[in-house]
Design a protein around this ligand. Structure first.
Ligand code: SAM
Ligand code: SF4
Length: 470
């Protein structure tokens, strides 16, 4: 088993007390909290149960409106796009909700070789992606972790014409301190890991065997990653395993713990909901299924609670749900995803949707071009920006910029220049038309200084320059 872990003291009992003492709907208190949240000051944990209790349609509207205001104030209307890259579905764990679980004999097991990984990357580059999230089960081919480290280097080194991936984030099992140091050397962007559920008893039920059965090893993982110098970490919970209200409070505590200890909270929080997965026991009815109405509420509350933290939504959600929660604070989404190793190339080769060996079913099957068009038509700026990471604006430096609201000065122009790049190199005629209208409208809505700066960047891309960012 693992050595001692430095997990933070979550204190479940006190979360339980906060929830048990949740007030009945109290409009005065709700409005007072929303007023504070609009000043971008975040929320105290005692505020969360008050907002969670909101049911009245007019108060809910006020909650959603406040979340939208906060999001626009900090990030503007940009939504960053990425694709997951599943390199292997080998796994020694037994997570009851996942198709990769070791006992699932119905799954074709596969770990991509480095050449196959490069081929997947070429496919994603041809679609127009610039930012990938490497994902793997918790068992590697015989090289062990070196397999993943090599895969990251392969991704960065792969070229399709003049194009290459500019930021690789990873979602792999917890490591010890020395291995996190090795991971950092590969120049990853964000290290992402979800606690799945912060509720210890539920965690034990859902993870009966394998390395992942150790709750504390996982809970202390981000402490080890940050100790190893990885500045951008992404936390999350798999919604549906336990009461979403408990998970939200625990996520907030986790974020505050990292902030207190390392001077910087998580870069992102992910909000996956459980999807049906082959061979899983949660497919029919997740124990605490989150309704669409509660999902909207939880996204909005998170947006208000941690205004400077990116919120990530995956292709697990249906397009209608995705559209709604963009307004409420989501800042990053995956698009055109496949969750089976080799899935992109199989699809390109015309072998159908390529779902054999997939981790779970997708709710959104559209390709990147369609997602870009839909975002543009809804007034959101699809962004392929990787500027902060490449300018070294990570960890506390990013938060220092985000807190006075200055990150928008980078996000907006970078979103427009990278969208223009997509238009020039990858967009279908319909998407090009929608994006051109959006770029022109966004520039027109800026103040003079911002317009001059962003307009110049877009013009450079139109003249043929690439990778223009500030
Ligand atoms: N194997 C590593 C781990 O479990 O941390 C990393 C990769 S795992 C494939 C990535 C995430 O997929 C998990 O953290 C879990 O939240 C999510 N996942 C697993 N089964 C899912 C399902 N049925 N629906 C939605 N998300 C799921
Ligand atoms: Fe393996 Fe991760 Fe799936 Fe669990 S969630 S079975 S650890 S891939």
């Amino acid at each position: 088993m693992h050595g001692p872990s430095e997990a933070f003291p979550l204190d479940e009992a006190s979360i339980g007390r906060l929830l048990d003492g949740a007030p009945a709907q109290d409009p005065v208190r709700v409005r007072d909290i929303l007023a504070r949240a609009r000043e971008l000051r975040g929320l105290d944990e005692a505020d969360l149960p008050v907002l969670m209790a909101v049911q009245r349609p007019d108060l809910l509207d006020e909650l959603f409106h406040a979340a939208e205001q906060v999001k626009e104030e900090i990030y503007g209307r940009r939504i960053v796009l990425f694709a997951p890259l599943y390199v292997s579905n080998l796994c020694g764990n037994e997570c009851l909700y996942c198709a990769f679980r070791a006992s699932n004999r119905g799954l074709t097991r596969r770990a991509l070789g480095q050449a196959e990984i490069a081929a997947e990357v070429c496919h994603l580059l041809r679609q127009g992606h610039k930012r990938l999230l490497l994902v793997a089960g918790e068992a590697y081919p015989k090289e062990g972790l070196d397999y993943i480290l090599k895969a990251i280097r392969t991704i960065y080194a792969t070229r399709e014409g003049a194009e290459s991936i500019r930021r690789v984030n990873v979602n792999i099992a917890p490591l010890d301190l020395p291995d996190f140091r090795r991971l950092k050397e590969t120049q990853i962007g964000t290290y992402q890991l979800f606690q799945e559920t912060y509720h210890r008893a539920t965690y034990a039920l859902m993870h009966p065997r394998g390395l992942k059965a150790d709750y504390d090893w996982r809970l202390g993982c981000m402490d080890r990653a940050m100790q190893a110098g990885i500045e951008d970490v992404g936390i999350g919970a798999l919604f549906g395993l336990h009461d979403w209200r408990f998970e939200l409070l625990a996520l907030l505590r986790h974020a505050r713990h990292l902030e207190d200890r390392f001077g910087c909270g998580p870069h992102t929080i992910s909000v996956p909901r459980i999807e049906p997965a082959e061979g899983s026991t949660t497919s029919e009815a997740p124990p605490f299924a989150v309704t669409d109405a509660d999902f909207r509420k939880l996204v909005a509350i998170l947006r208000l609670a941690v205004p400077y933290t990116g919120l990530i939504l995956s292709t697990r959600e249906r397009p209608e749900v995705r559209r709604e929660v963009f307004h409420l604070g989501i800042s990053q989404i995956s698009a055109g995803s496949r969750t089976n190793p080799g899935g992109y190339r199989e699809e390109e080769a015309g072998n159908g949707p390529g779902d054999g060996g997939a981790q779970f079913s997708l709710g959104d099957h559209r390709d990147l071009d369609e997602v870009v068009r839909d975002l543009a038509e809804s007034g959101f700026i699809p962004s392929f920006c990787t500027g902060c990471y490449r300018m070294g604006r990570t960890g506390a430096d990013f938060m220092d910029l985000a807190k006075p609201g200055e990150i928008k000065l980078h996000c907006q122009p970078n979103a427009l220049s990278t969208l223009q790049e997509f238009v020039e190199d990858h967009a279908s005629p319909a998407t090009r038309a929608a994006a051109e209208i959006l770029v022109a409208g966004s520039l027109a809505a800026m103040d003079d200084r911002a317009r001059t700066r962003a307009g110049a960047m877009v013009a450079r891309v139109r003249r043929g320059e690439r990778d223009v960012f500030c």
